[in-house]
Design a protein around this ligand. Structure first.
Ligand SMILES: Cc1cc2nc3c(=O)[nH]c(=O)nc-3n(C[C@H](O)[C@H](O)[C@H](O)COP(=O)(O)O)c2cc1C
Length: 106
C-alpha cells in the first residue's frame, strides 16, 4: 500500500490544520506541520501586510525541520492557507527544498 503524508502550514485560525487533520484521518495518512523558525508576530493586519511584502518578494522564510522524512512517502498532500492569492511563504520554502520529480522518467 502507498504511504501517504499530509504536510501543512497553518497560521491564523488553524483552518488548514483542521482540513489536513480531516484528510489524514480519511486516508490513513501521517501528518506533519510546517512551521517558521521566526514566528509571525503582531496584529492580524500587520501579518497580512508582512505577508504581502513577502509574497511579492518571493521571500522564503527559514522553516523548522519536519518531524518526518518525506523520502519515506509515496504520496504527499500539501496544505496551505491562501496568502495574497498564492501559497504562504513557508510552503514556498518547503516546496523549493524538494526534488519533486525524483525518479520520474519525464
Ligand atoms: C498574510 C495573509 C494573506 C491572505 N491572503 C488571502 C488571499 O489572497 N485570499 C484569500 O481568500 N484569503 C487570504 N487570506 C486569508 C486566509 O487564507 C484564510 O483566513 C485561511 O483560512 C487561513 O488559514 P489558517 O487558519 O490555516 O492560517 C490571507 C491571510 C493572511 C494572514
Amino acid at each position: 500500500m502507498k504511504k501517504m503524508l499530509v504536510v501543512y502550514y497553518s497560521w491564523s485560525n488553524g483552518n488548514t490544520k483542521q482540513i489536513a487533520e480531516q484528510l489524514a484521518k480519511a486516508t490513513g495518512a501521517e501528518l506533519a506541520e510546517i512551521d517558521t523558525v521566526q514566528p509571525y508576530t503582531g496584529s492580524y493586519d500587520e501579518v497580512v501586510d508582512q505577508g504581502q511584502r513577502e509574497v511579492n518578494a518571493g521571500y522564503k522564510p527559514e522553516i523548522k525541520p519536519l518531524t518526518v522524512n518525506i523520502q519515506d512517502y509515496d504520496v504527499i498532500a500539501v496544505g496551505t492557507p491562501t496568502w495574497w492569492y498564492t501559497m504562504a511563504p513557508a510552503v514556498l520554502t518547503f516546496l523549493s527544498a524538494q526534488e519533486l520529480m525524483r525518479g520520474s522518467k519525464r
